[in-house]
Design a protein around this ligand. Structure first.
Ligand SMILES: *Cc1c(COP(=O)(O)O)cnc(C)c1O
Length: 364
């Protein structure tokens, strides 16, 4: 039996009727941008995150960009970003004209290592983007403490962590503002691209709403040179349905993760660790192994899907070569990039979980 790395089939089957009906309603209404669905979704998602405001936008990358831009961050500024993350976190900073300053990760937990952060802060630093990588919250108390000391904004990149908990609090309300992605494969995913910002800051929320809508609140009155980045009605309608299932679906991922953690026993495999004070939503189940090439070949033979998150760290990407990053600059991020493999993880896995466990336990 083949096991895919990810499949949306189980959840899409579960909500198929509801989804089709809803899409039909939107289609008939002929309001495709900035209508009732996006307005209602924004309310519901703000509620879910425990925030006062939510602004839908075109993608997770846009959500990060809009927050930075609304804070007035741009050329001459620096923003702290983890070295081990998806490149969008850094790209959002670059698009404003500011420079992303990388901070290495904690090997065991994959997220940004706050103890390495302070020496990267300069007079130009304006904000920190804390990424809750793979579904698990970053070290938010320490990050917030350092941010306060240097008067920096804290932005959460919550693209992989919808619903995760940190010391009992939902992520998305642990900094000044948070960016979410609704890319189809995320824990809460649309049927296309989508994103959102959540915050309690009214002024910021209004500015972001305008920036994403050509810089205007009133049609043809443009206050800023904004962009077009809005969550459309079809996607918002789909997300409203999926949001109702999110906690249940996250719990299903948790059950799979717990089975992996308790049953995969192989000295070649390093399982992920989660600190006691947080609850991951297991967007990605990331293991590490010194025998990655062999394990990948083995998984291919056994028809088990896998992936790498992420094979090339940001400082070694061609897109960032102007900063002269080289091998050895961020040893932990490099170590993760060289040894990480992501196992199949999606809602609705059944026998597949047993197969993955069995195969991994037989790998030598
Ligand atoms: C997916 C992702 C993004 C970008 O989201 P898009 O909707 O694809 O633009 C940003 N940061 C992280 C950590 C992500 O995983």
């Amino acid at each position: 039996m083949k096991v895919p790395f990810v499949s949306l089939e189980p959840i899409h089957q579960e909500i198929e009727t509801e989804l089709k009906e809803k899409i039909k309603t939107v289609y008939k209404k002929e309001v495709f941008i900035q209508g009732e669905e996006s307005r209602e979704f924004e309310k519901e998602f703000a509620d879910y995150c425990g925030r006062d405001f939510c602004i839908g936008c075109g993608s997770g990358l846009d959500a990060l960009y809009l927050i930075l831009k609304a804070y007035g961050i741009g050329a001459g500024d620096e923003v702290i970003v983890p070295a081990n993350t998806f490149i969008a976190t850094a790209l959002a900073v670059s698009y404003t004209g500011a420079v992303p300053i990388l901070v290495d990760a904690e090997l065991e937990f994959y997220n940004l290592n706050p103890d390495l952060m302070e020496k990267k802060i300069s007079k130009k630093t304006k904000a920190i983007i804390a990424v809750h990588l793979y579904g698990c919250a970053a070290e938010m108390d320490k990050i917030n403490m350092i941010a306060k000391k240097y008067d920096l904004k804290v932005i959460e990149d919550a693209a992989q962590a919808h619903g995760a908990l940190y010391k009992g609090k939902k992520i998305g309300r642990l900094g000044d503002a948070a960016a979410f992605s609704f890319y189809p494969g995320k824990n809460l995913g649309a049927l296309g691209d989508g994103g959102a910002v959540v915050t309690d800051d009214r002024e910021l929320a209004e500015k972001i709403r305008m920036l994403g809508n050509y810089g205007s609140m009133e049609k043809y009155h443009h206050v800023f040179r904004g962009i077009n980045s809005r969550l459309d009605e079809v996607q918002a309608a789909v997300l409203r349905i999926k949001l109702k299932y999110l906690d249940k679906w996250n719990n299903n991922r948790k059950i799979t993760a717990e089975r992996y953690l308790s049953s995969i026993k192989n000295p070649n495999i390093i399982l992920p660790k989660i600190k006691k004070d947080r609850q991951s939503v297991w967007h990605i189940f990331a293991i590490r192994t010194m025998k990655r090439k062999q394990l990948e070949e083995y998984l291919q033979r056994e028809e088990i899907g896998y992936n790498r998150h992420y094979p090339i760290p940001i400082h070694l990407q061609q897109a960032y070569k102007e900063y002269g990053g080289k091998q050895g600059d961020y040893p932990v991020a490099e170590m993760i990039a060289d040894t990480e493999i992501s196992l199949p993880m999606y809602v609705g896995m059944k026998k597949e979980v047993d197969i993955v466990i069995e195969k991994l336990n037989c790998f030598i």
